[in-house]
Ligand binder design. Structure first.
Ligand code: ZN
Length: 150
């Protein structure tokens, strides 16, 4: 009888002969860990899987619009941790601000199309609610107004 140690819980278990190179015991939490690791690797290496997964999650979220709002209310520690990590990510990206009063109107090169409009707070953290807006450029190519012309 061969006994090996579970890669998740570290406990001894007897591998099933039907499963080649079994690394996880049959405990539900260890099987969830095995699946979580498999899924993480699959998302990193398989673009189609990643896209399908994202589509599925988006569809589910649109069918359950209050789920994440309730989750954040019920889990304030999670919410605060997430905000802190997002602030840190925002500092790392060093992106140009999305809206700035000093941006010249001449710098805007917008094409007609549909856009996500996502409200952000003062920390640059995107809020839950997002709108899809359609913007139609009706006067491309003309000289734009400057602030002095207004
Ligand atoms: Zn285990």
């Amino acid at each position: 009888m061969t006994v090996i140690y579970c890669a998740a819980c570290g406990k001894e278990f007897e591998p099933r002969p039907q499963i080649l190179n079994q690394a996880y015991c049959s405990a539900p939490e260890c099987q969830r860990e095995r699946h979580r690791i498999w899924q993480k690797k699959k998302r990193q290496t398989d673009p189609k899987y990643r896209q399908d997964d994202a589509d599925c999650n988006r569809d589910w979220a649109s069918d359950h619009p209050s789920y994440w709002q309730k989750y954040r209310t019920d889990h304030p520690d999670y919410t605060e941790r997430n905000r802190k990590l997002q602030r840190e990510r925002n500092l790392k990206t060093k992106r140009a601000p999305i809206a700035n009063e000093n941006v010249s109107i001449r710098d805007i090169s917008l094409q007609s199309g549909r856009y996500w409009l996502v409200p952000i707070d003062s920390d640059g953290i995107a809020k839950v609610d997002a709108w899809i807006v359609e913007i139609t450029v009706i006067s491309a190519g003309c000289n734009p107004l400057t602030r002095a012309d207004e």
